[in-house]
Structure formats: structure tokens, C-alpha cells
Write a protein that binds this ligand. Structure first.
Ligand code: R5P
Length: 290
């Protein structure tokens, strides 16, 4: 049985179809005092898989409620899939007196489930913060699917060294092309991004920029501008988590992007592909254990 969080209804449906498991219709209420109440109907069986992106503070609480509701309803095994894990990037105190927020939320989630899967967290070692077995899922092979088949001498480029493996995965899934990465420096006081270009020749070529997440869009827009300054043909932007906060989408358009694609770990208008098949592939052996 698959239980969707309110921010992951599309992905949960895809996963249910992939696995041939029933999809539960959860309820999501909120009250005048700001509290929320998630609920599930009666269900058959004793295993529940909850699919819930924790995009907001409310969806964090909602996940804890869904886990508890499943337990109350008799689930003896609860698997929690977190398509996008909020607070995962706060994985250390950046200044004295700050918490390790990723650890705090991971511990809370661990109290209500038996196993966790996290789709493309910013750093894989966020899994160490859970008190139950936690595994990452890589949805990036899905990102090649929406790209046009006629890319001209394509270069799959990550905006920093940390995302080069994602660029390589998307290139492999696309079937041809080179890979490279930029160096990125972010000024944490101003939010400004400084991109140091690689030596790769991009003039007249199509470039696919690949990253795990687009948040404010500053990284990608600076990269797009750098590429246009060097005579690139078309720039496609693709990422696993299309957060696209605030004016990010406008920044990308203003910078001259051809198209933006992401997965449904965050359900946005640019979520052109589902991470469902990759999540199903990761879950199948676990579900077959019983
Ligand atoms: C950072 O290392 C990440 O991989 C992303 O590049 C970053 O989080 C994107 O953030 P923004 O869209 O705000 O520049």
C-alpha cells in the first residue's frame, strides 16, 4: 500500500502503478490555529510505503502524522520514501550556536518508520543521520528522457565539481556527448555566484547543465550567462529537484535558457519526468524480501 504525502501525490501514483500496489487516498486538513491533520483510510495488509517530500515545515509534520496513522492502523512495517528532503542542506552548523537541522529532522522521521529512502539528497551522508536503515536513490538517469534527440555535439556540464557524476549519468542515459564541470564560488553574504569556466570549447555546441537542485536559480543563471558569453548554441537546464524558489524561473529565462526540466520529486510545471521508475527499482528487492 502506497500512502502519498500532499506534496508527492503524482509521484506516489506513479510508484503505485510501477509496483502494482494499491494507492491510498490520504486526507490533509488544516485548522484555523495553523495546526494540520493528515489521515488515512482503513487498509489491507500490514506494510505501508509512505511517499512524502518534506518541502515545507507543514509537510514535515504531515509525514510524521502519516507514519503514526499507519502504525495506529496496524502497519507492522513502514517504509518512508522522501523524494525531496527539506533541511538536508543544513547538514552542519555553519556558525556557532546553529543546529544540524538535517540530523534533527532525520531523527524525528526515524521514530515513525522502519526504513528510509531519500532521492538524491545534497550529500549522501545525510543518511547517517537516520536511526533506521537509510538509502539514497538516484533519479538522475530519468533526466535524459525529455531532452531533444538532435542535440548538436552535446556537452553535459555540471555547475560545480560536486555534480559531475550527475552530468555523467545523464550523458550515459542520453547515449552520447562529453562531460565537464565549472568551478563555483558562492558569496554567502550577498548570495552572488562566481563561476570559473572550464577549458571546454562550447562555441556552437548544445550544452546541458545538470545539477541536483535549482533553488534560487543563481547557480544555473550564472552558468547560462557564462556559456552565452562563450558562444554556446542552445543551453538546456536539467535537475532532479526543480525547487525553483521565488524568481528562479524568471532568472533562467532572462539568462537565455532553451528549456528547463526536472523530475516530480518536487511537483512543478517543469517536472517533465517521474522519478517513479527509479524509486520502484530501489524498493522492489526490499518489498520482495517478505
Ligand atoms: C549546491 O552545491 C547545489 O548542488 C546547487 O548547485 C545549489 O543548491 C543551487 O542553488 P541555487 O539555485 O540557489 O543557486
Amino acid at each position: 500500500m502506497i500512502i502519498p504525502g500532499s506534496a508527492s501525490q503524482g509521484l506516489a501514483g506513479e510508484l503505485a502503478a510501477e509496483l502494482g500496489e494499491p494507492l491510498v487516498q490520504a486526507g490533509y486538513e488544516s485548522f484555523a490555529d495553523g495546526e494540520i491533520l493528515a489521515s488515512i483510510p482503513a487498509f489491507e495488509g500490514d506494510r505501508a510505503t509512505i511517499v512524502a517530500a518534506t518541502t515545507t515545515n507543514e509537510t514535515h509534520i504531515e509525514l510524521l502524522q502519516l507514519q503514526d496513522a499507519a502504525r495506529v492502523a496496524g502497519a507492522s512495517e513502514i517504509i518512508t520514501v522522501i523524494p525531496y528532503m527539506g533541511y538536508a542542506r543544513q547538514d552542519r552548523p555553519f556558525k556557532y550556536g546553529q543546529p544540524i537541522s538535517a540530523r534533527a529532522v532525520a531523527r524525528a522521521i526515524s521514530t515513525g518508520c522502519d526504513r528510509v529512502f531519500v532521492v538524491n539528497p545534497h550529500e549522501d551522508n545525510v543518511c547517517d543521520f537516520f536511526d533506521v536503515p537509510a538509502t539514497t536513490i538516484d533519479a538522475s538517469p530519468r533526466l535524459a528522457a525529455p531532452l531533444p534527440p538532435d542535440l548538436d555535439d552535446p556537452l553535459f556540464l555540471s555547475p560545480d565539481a560536486g555534480a559531475i557524476e550527475l552530468a555523467e549519468t545523464v550523458r550515459d542515459a542520453y547515449g552520447r556527448g562529453a562531460t565537464d564541470y565549472f568551478e563555483k564560488n558562492r558569496d554567502y553574504d550577498t548570495g552572488e555566484i562566481e563561476i570559473t569556466p572550464s577549458a571546454a570549447n562550447v562555441a556552437g555546441r548544445d550544452v546541458v547543465l545538470v545539477d541536483d537542485i535549482i533553488a534560487t536559480g543563481s547557480t544555473m543563471s550564472a552558468s547560462i550567462e557564462e556559456l552565452h558569453g562563450r558562444g554556446v548554441a542552445r543551453v538546456y537546464v536539467t535537475c532532479v529537484h526543480p525547487m525553483l524558489a521565488s524568481t528562479a524561473r524568471t532568472k533562467l529565462t532572462a539568462a537565455g535558457v532553451e528549456a528547463v526540466y526536472g523530475t516530480d520529486t518536487l511537483e512543478r510545471s517543469v517536472s517533465a519526468v517521474s522519478a517513479g521508475p527509479m524509486v520502484a527499482e530501489a524498493l522492489e528487492p526490499v518489498l520482495a524480501e517478505r
